[in-house]
Design a protein around this ligand. Structure first.
Ligand SMILES: [Zn+2]
Length: 217
């Protein structure tokens, strides 16, 4: 009987979550609807520019717009959230294979939610193929450029290299989406990228680690 119970738990990832984690999971589902309509391909411009195409219908003898690729599902409803007192590295981690996001417990729930958004970008990006990743990068670059914010324009180019030295690798798409979220949440640029810290703080931290490593080496 006991063995059956363990088997049952293993098959049902939701049984691994406690009440607090369910609240964060609900937050995640809410964020997915609110902030990731682009990553879910639910934005008209995105569909028009990258998904729909013209096809000729022999019977009707006319060209029509077709969007059959839309049935691709990029939502993360089946994902779970776990909260740990300690994580080996950083404030959050994403396990695409297990469909699980882990957050380090912090005093500030607000900071934990910013970390959740960071991990959600990883989670959603893990579902994309290379073409989708490229479409979304062009779409977001275009969208961000249209904001005509000189600070943002500087970040779009100058800070791209940050992606290469924050382990694990963060893609250009990741950077673009994190800046999009910073803007929408009215946060300083780099907040989502740097787990609630700005780019300057994140870079200072990295410089510190680099120096520490040099001393050790
Ligand atoms: Zn990350």
């Amino acid at each position: 009987m006991k063995i059956f119970k363990i088997e049952q738990n293993r098959n049902n990832p939701y049984s691994q979550m406690n009440d607090e984690e369910f609240v964060f999971r609900d937050t995640m589902i809410g964020y997915d609807n609110k902030y990731f309509s682009d990553f879910n391909f639910k934005e008209r411009k995105l569909i028009r520019d990258f998904v729909s195409y013209r096809a000729y219908y022999e019977e009707k003898r006319r060209w029509v717009n077709v969007t059959d690729d839309l049935y691709l599902d990029y939502e993360i409803k089946e994902w779970i959230v776990k909260i740990r007192d300690n994580l080996d590295d950083g404030d959050g981690i994403c396990y695409p294979k297990d469909k699980r996001i882990e957050l380090r417990r912090q005093n500030s729930k607000r900071d934990m939610k910013l970390v959740l958004l960071h991990e959600m970008i990883h989670a959603k990006e893990s579902k994309f193929n290379e073409y989708i990743r490229q479409y979304l990068s062009i779409y977001l670059m275009d969208k961000l450029k249209s904001k005509n914010n000189s600070d943002l324009n500087k970040f779009l180019i100058k800070e791209c290299h940050v992606t290469t030295y924050v382990p694990p690798a963060h893609s250009i798409l990741f950077l673009l989406k994190s800046l999009d979220l910073d803007l929408r949440l009215k946060k300083s640029f780099g907040t989502i990228f740097g787990y609630s810290k700005t780019f300057e703080e994140e870079k200072a931290k990295l410089e510190y680690y680099k120096k520490e490593k040099e001393i050790k080496d």
